[in-house]
Ligand binder design. Structure first.
Ligand code: TYM
Length: 332
């Protein structure tokens, strides 16, 4: 069975971009693949994190994933920092990727790559992401459009390592959805929806109440043309709404556009579709979040399962690199 791996940062409960761009696909993938999904808490440290909030946000993210439909019977769900092989393999991959490759990453440049005070971890982040993927011999990595470049780098690094040290890693493929691969901010529709940047009005959280959703969609920036057409370049706001409606109703956004004349009726239907989409997630979240201990148990079992696979791959990579392998029973 082919393997799938993907991850999400613990920026709290998921936003609509995470859900439509990635997590909804994970729910399908878990049934047809051997699937590993992680909350990548180590990655979150590339930006400032309040130590009093990080653990709670990690649990919230896990609850969000379970509410979205991940099932611990069908997939392995774990927290990245619980599996020690991740930062260990990341070091080998930092020594495989080049400075020039990491410097060209657009996410690094966007998040302040020119600043002297930017964290070194933000620069080496793609090597840690490559480790997340390669440790599980993942064939397929379901992600939103913004992660394509990181996936390309992962492929380059895996192939280079294999070439240098002999066949060690599976070279993975990115799986990006056809619709809503890049959900845009409702207030600034030329920028992707994100919790770490942008105004709260621009981002829809999967736990937003129907009133919140209605307010945000009603205030979503469109344009003065007044005509519904799907054209992400000249009409980014309207096209984003069409993408949302298309994704929520599993329809092609161009076909959706043909049914609407004015922006008001489009917005009304976007609200209705999103409220309907989110309601079952919110009901499951309410049940799950009432029992954080159960989530911790799921994550602990997931980390144990993940570590078995990850440790074997790390061992293979360490041997291939030529490191002195410690005697059996040695626990570092
Ligand atoms: P993160 O936490 O920013 O986002 C998690 C997933 O959600 C997708 N996504 C979006 N999709 C569509 N529209 C948006 N506005 C939007 N915002 C986010 C992302 O593409 C991603 O698939 N580097 C990764 C986390 C990561 C990872 C990995 C992913 C770490 N290790 C290994 C895959 C495999 C990130 O920061 O995603």
């Amino acid at each position: 069975m082919t393997r799938v791996l993907s991850g999400v940062q613990p920026s709290g409960v998921l936003h609509l971009g995470n859900y439509l761009g990635a997590v909804r696909g994970w729910v399908t993938d878990q049934r047809s693949h051997e699937a590993f999904f992680c909350v990548v808490d180590l990655h979150s440290l590339t930006l400032d994190q309040d130590p009093r909030l990080l653990a709670g946000r990690t649990l919230d993210a896990a609850a969000g994933l379970l509410a979205a439909g991940l099932d611990p019977e069908d997939c392995t769900l774990f927290v990245q920092s619980h599996v020690a092989a991740h930062p260990r393999l990341a070091w080998l991959l930092e020594c495989t990727a080049t400075f020039g490759e990491l410097r060209r990453m657009t996410q690094f440049k966007d998040k302040g790559g020119n600043s002297e005070t930017v964290r070194a971890g933000l620069f080496t982040y793609p090597a840690l992401m490559a480790a997340d993927i390669l440790l599980y011999d993942a064939d397929r990595v379901p992600v939103g459009d913004d992660q394509r470049q990181h996936l390309e780098l992962t492929r380059t690094v895996a192939a280079r390592f294999n070439h240098r040290y002999g066949q060690t890693f599976v070279v993975p493929e990115a799986a990006v959805p056809d619709v809503a691969a890049r959900v845009m901010d409702l207030q600034e529709p030329t920028r992707k929806m994100s919790k770490s940047v942008g105004s709260p009005l621009g981002t829809i959280d999967i736990l937003d109440t129907p009133d919140d959703v209605a307010r945000k969609v009603r205030k979503a920036v469109t344009d003065t043309e007044g005509q519904v057409r799907y054209d992400p370049v000249t009409k980014p706001g309207v096209s984003n709404l069409l993408d949302l409606l298309g994704a929520a109703r599993c329809e092609d956004p161009i076909a959706v556009a043909a049914r609407y004349g004015d922006y008001g009726s489009l917005k009304r239907d976007v609200v209705e579709a999103l409220v309907e989409l989110l309601q079952p997630l919110q009901e499951r979240y309410a049940v799950l979040s009432a029992d954080p201990y159960q989530i911790e148990q799921i994550l602990a079992a997931g980390a144990a399962r993940a570590a078995t696979v990850a440790d074997a791959t790390l061992d293979r990579a360490m041997r291939a690199t030529g490191f002195l392998v410690p005697p059996k029973g040695f626990a570092p």
